[in-house]
Ligand binder design. Structure first.
Ligand code: MOS
Length: 755
C-alpha cells in the first residue's frame, strides 16, 4: 500500500505522459457507490424473469417434463422445452470452425452433462419462474455416466488448446534419459475447476422486431454479435450488446454461452424483455471449465545438473460432443533448455460440459506439474531449486529454437529471491519451524505466458473545444481496461486524461478483439495508439501546411502532441493549440482510425512471452497437516507497464489463483452420477483474505522492441503460472512430503505421510 501511495504522489512529475502512472480505476467510484449497473441490474419496462431448469443426470434423455403443472402456476407466462423452442437459423451443434463451440439450446431431449439446460420457465416474477422450474419435475431415461480420466479409451486429439499441436518433440528423449546421470519420473493430477466469477452469466434481452438489444457481460462483443446473428438469422448490425461492467470473466465470457442465448430466445418467444441469470450451481456445466489432467513427467540430467531430457505427457478429458483439450504439456515447450524435449497429449471423452478456456488454460495446469517435477529433479541432483532453474532456463525457446523477443527472467529470479530472502533457505526439507512449532517451507516456481496479440480497431476524434474522444468496443472485466486504455488514448491524442472521453464496452463501437489470452491491452492499446496517431497526423497536416500557423513548414514528422498542443519537435517554443488549428480550418472536429494486429515478421523471428519468478512460504501444522501460505513474492517482466497499480492487481489476482490451484480449488464429482458435489461457493473452496496474508508483485523493467510498437505484454494470466508450483514446492520443503495430486489438501498430505 505504502509503495502504491508513493507512486501516486509522483504522478504530477510526469506531466504529459499518462502511460506509466498508477491511476486508480476510473470506474472505481461508480462501482463502490453502486452506480455501475451490471447486466442483471437492468429492468426494462415489462420485463419478465426466466429461470433455467437443468438436468440432474449426466447422460440420457429427458423422458417427461410436467409442463402443465408449471404453466398452471399463476405467475408463469411460458415454458420453453425442446418441443416448442422457436426455430433457429442455425443448428447450435453445427461446428463451422474450431472456435465456434456447440451450445445446448434445447435442440433435443438428449442430456449430455449435469446442469445442462433442459427447459426455460418465464414468469412475471423471479419467484414464480423459480417455482415453475421446480414444478417441471423432470423424469429421465438414465444411462450410466462416464466420469473422469479413465472414462473411456483415450485418443490423440487433432489439436490442443487454441490450435496447438498435440505432440511436439525435439531431439531423442529416450536417448537423453538413457545418457542421464540422474533421472526422475512422476505423475501429477490436477483437479477440474469451474468458472466462478463473482457475477454469474446474466442477460437482459429485448427484441424490437428483428433487432435485438441485450445487456450481458462479454469478453468478446463482436464474436458474440456474430454468433447470435447466425443463430437468429439476423445481421450482426441489428444486435446491440451493452457490457460496460463485468464482475469477472477469466475466459468464461469470451464466447457467448448457451444460457445467455437462451435468454434471448426466451425474450423472442414471449415478445417482452426477459432477464435470465444463472444460479451459482448452474455455472458448473454449460459455461466451460478447466478440465482435470493427469501428467507424467520424466526428466534426466548430467552429473552437473544440466537437463538432458524432458518428457511431458498429459492425459485430459473433453466432452462427448465437442473438442477442447487442456494443453498442459505445452508448458514444457517454452521454458527449460534441454537437448531433448517431448510433449504429448491424449484425451478421453466423458459426460461433462465442454471444457474451455480458463485463466492460463494449459499454462497453469502444465506449470504446476512441470515446476514440481523440476523441483524433484533439483532435489535428486542435490541442488538448490533456484540454482537448478538458473542453470536450466532457456535462452532461446527450446522447442521452436527462436530467440525470445526479450527476456528478463534472470532478473526476475534475482529480484524475487533477494526480496524473499531465498539465500537463507536450507537445502533439505523439514528444517524450518516457526515460534509456534509449525513446519515452514519455501518454494520457487518459474512463471511464463505467451505474449499474444489479436486484431483490433479504434476510432478517435479531437474537437474544437479542446476535448477528445476515443471509441473502442473494449472490455473491462474488472482488470482495469477502462483505465489503462484511456491512459494510452490520452497520450495518443496528446491530451490530459481529463480532456478525454473514453467510450468502450458496447458492440456498436469498433471491434477491439477478444479480451482474452492476456492480449487485450496490447491489442486494444495499439489500435488506440494508431487511431490517435492518425488524428494527430491529420491535424499536423492542417497546421504545417498553413502559413498562418507557427508550425508552418514543420512537416508531419516534425511535430509532437502534448497537453492539447502541437509542438515543433526541433523547436518546442513554436507550438499551437489543437483548438486554434481546428478553428482556423473551420472544423468542429477531426477524426481518425487505427487498427492493430500481430506483426507476422516479428512473430516468425521471435518467441514472445511474459516471464516471472515466484517464491512462496507455507506453514504446516505438524499435528493436523493444515497448510497456510504466509508469504508470496513474485517478480515479473511483462514489457511496458501502462498502469503499475492495475498491473500489480492483475498479477496478485493471478498469484491468488495460483495459491488456489495448489491448495484449494477443485470440483468434486460423484463417480456414480457424474454430478459435481460442491457446486456452490461454500464447498468449492477458493482463497479468502485469511488464506493469503502477504502478496507482493515486483515489476521488473523490460523493454521489448519486437512484441508490438508499444512494447506491451500481458499480465492477466502469467501470475498463476509459477505460483501454483512454488506453493506446492514449499509444502514439500516444509514437510518432506511430495503430494502429486492437486489441490494438496490436508487429507492427501497426511495420507502420504503422517505428520
Ligand atoms: Mo482468458 S482464459 O484467455 O479469458
Amino acid at each position: 500500500m505504502a509503495e502504491v501511495a508513493r507512486m501516486q504522489a509522483s504522478t504530477h512529475v510526469r506531466h504529459g505522459s499518462n502511460v506509466g502512472q498508477p491511476l486508480t480505476r476510473r470506474d472505481g467510484v461508480l462501482k463502490v457507490t453502486g452506480a455501475a449497473r451490471y447486466a442483471a441490474d437492468h429492468h426494462p419496462v415489462g420485463m419478465l424473469y426466466a429461470v433455467l431448469a437443468v438436468s440432474t443426470i449426466a447422460r440420457g434423455r429427458v423422458a417427461f417434463l410436467d409442463v402443465a403443472a408449471a404453466k398452471a402456476h399463476p405467475g408463469v407466462v411460458e415454458v420453453i422445452t425442446p418441443a416448442n423452442r422457436p426455430a433457429l437459423a442455425r443448428d447450435p451443434d453445427e461446428k463451422s470452425d474450431p472456435f465456434t463451440f456447440r451450445l445446448d439450446l434445447l435442440q433435443s431431449d438428449r442430456v449430455r452433462y449435469v446442469n445442462q439446460p433442459i427447459a426455460v420457465v418465464i414468469a412475471e416474477t423471479l419467484e414464480a419462474a423459480t417455482e415453475g422450474a421446480t414444478l417441471l419435475a423432470p423424469r429421465y431415461d438414465i444411462e450410466p455416466a462416464r466420469v473422469g480420466l479413465d472414462a473411456a479409451e483415450s485418443f490423440v486429439p487433432p489439436a490442443v488448446g487454441p490450435g496447438y499441436p498435440a505432440e511436439e518433440h525435439r531431439g531423442d528423449v529416450g536417448a537423453g534419459l538413457a545418457a542421464s546421470a540422474k533421472t526422475i519420473a512422476a505423475t501429477y493430477e490436477t483437479a477440474a475447476q469451474y468458472h466462478n466469477p463473482m457475477e454469474p452469466h446474466a442477460i437482459v434481452a429485448a427484441w424490437d422486431g428483428d433487432t435485438l438489444s441485450i445487456d450481458t457481460p462479454s469478453q468478446g462483443l463482436a464474436l458474440a454479435q456474430v454468433r447470435l446473428a447466425g443463430l437468429f438469422g439476423i445481421s450482426p448490425a441489428d444486435i446491440h450488446i451493452r457490457s460496460p461492467f463485468l464482475g469477472g470473466g477469466f475466459g468464461c465470457k469470451g464466447m457467448i454461452s448457451g444460457p445467455q442465448v437462451l435468454g434471448a430466445i426466451a425474450a423472442r418467444a414471449v415478445g417482452r424483455p426477459v432477464k435470465l441469470v444463472l444460479r451459482r450451481e448452474q455455472m458448473f456445466g454449460p459455461v466451460g471449465h478447466r478440465a482435470t489432467t493427469r501428467q507424467t513427467l520424466r526428466l534426466g540430467t548430467d552429473q552437473d545438473g544440466k537437463l538432458l531430457a524432458l518428457d511431458h505427457r498429459t492425459k485430459t478429458v473433453s466432452s462427448t460432443f465437442d473438442d477442447f483439450f487442456e494443453p498442459a504439456s505445452a508448458a514444457s515447450r517454452t521454458l527449460y533448455a534441454s537437448a531433448a524435449i517431448a510433449t504429448s497429449h491424449e484425451a478421453v471423452r466423458a459426460d461433462i460440459g465442454t471444457p474451455l478456456f480458463m485463466r492460463a488454460p494449459g499454462e497453469a495446469t502444465g506449470s504446476i506439474a512441470l515446476e514440481s517435477a523440476v523441483d524433484e529433479m533439483a532435489h535428486a541432483c542435490g541442488m538448490d531449486p533456484l540454482a537448478f532453474r538458473l542453470e536450466n532456463y532457456a535462452e532461446v525457446e527450446p522447442m521452436s529454437g527462436k530467440p525470445f523477443s526479450s527476456k528478463a527472467l534472470r532478473e526476475c529470479y534475482a529480484k524475487g529471491a533477494a526480496r524473499f530472502g531465498w539465500e537463507r533457505r536450507p537445502l533439505a526439507p523439514r528444517q524450518m519451524r516457526d515460534r509456534d512449532g509449525f513446519l515452514v517451507g519455501w518454494g520457487v516456481g518459474t512463471a511464463t505466458f505467451p505474449a499474444l496479440m489479436f486484431a483490433g480497431n479504434a476510432r478517435a476524434a479531437l474537437r474544437r473545444d479542446g476535448s477528445g474522444v476515443m471509441e473502442i468496443g473494449a472490455h473491462d472485466m474488472g482488470q482495469g481496461a477502462w483505465t489503462a486504455l484511456a491512459q494510452i488514448a490520452a497520450d495518443a491524442l496528446g491530451l490530459d486524461i481529463d480532456q478525454l472521453e473514453f467510450r468502450s464496452g458496447t458492440s456498436d463501437l469498433p471491434d477491439a478483439g477478444i479480451a482474452g489470452g492476456s492480449a487485450h491491452t496490447a491489442t486494444a492499446g495499439l489500435a488506440i495508439h494508431n487511431a490517435g496517431a492518425d488524428v494527430i497526423a491529420r491535424l499536423a497536416e492542417l497546421a504545417t501546411g498553413d502559413e498562418r500557423s507557427p508550425l508552418f513548414g514543420a512537416g508531419n514528422a516534425g511535430v509532437i502532441a502534448r497537453g492539447g498542443r502541437l509542438f515543433r519537435r526541433d523547436d518546442i517554443s513554436r507550438s499551437e493549440s489543437f483548438t486554434d488549428i481546428l478553428a482556423r480550418a473551420g472544423l468542429a472536429h477531426i477524426e481518425g482510425r487505427g487498427t492493430s494486429a500481430a506483426d507476422p515478421v516479428a512473430q516468425a523471428d521471435y518467441a514472445m512471452h511474459s516471464h516471472g519468478a515466484v517464491f512462496a512460504e507455507v506453514k504446516v501444522d505438524p499435528d493436523l497437516g493444515q497448510m497456510r501460505v504466509t508469504r508470496v513474492v513474485g517478480a515479473f517482466a511483462a514489457g511496458r507497464i501502462i498502469n503499475p497499480r492495475m498491473v500489480q492487481s492483475q498479477l496478485q489476482g493471478g498469484m491468488i489463483w495460483g495459491v488456489s490451484f495448489a491448495l484449494h480449488e477443485q470440483a468434486v464429482v460423484d463417480p456414480r452420477s457424474g454430478r459435481p458435489m460442491n457446486a456452490n461457493l461454500a464447498e468449492y473452496h477458493i482463497p479468502v483474505n485469511a488464506d493469503v496474508p502477504s502478496l507482493e508483485a515486483i515489476l521488473v523493467e523490460e523493454h521489448d522492441p519486437h512484441v508490438n510498437a508499444l512494447g506491451i505484454k500481458g499480465v492477466g494470466e502469467v501470475g498463476i503460472t509459477g505460483t501454483a508450483g512454488a506453493v506446492a514446492n514449499a509444502v514439500w520443503h516444509a514437510t518432506g512430503v511430495r503430494v502429486r495430486k492437486f489441490p494438496i489438501t490436508l487429507d492427501r498430505l497426511i495420507e502420504r505421510h503422517p505428520m
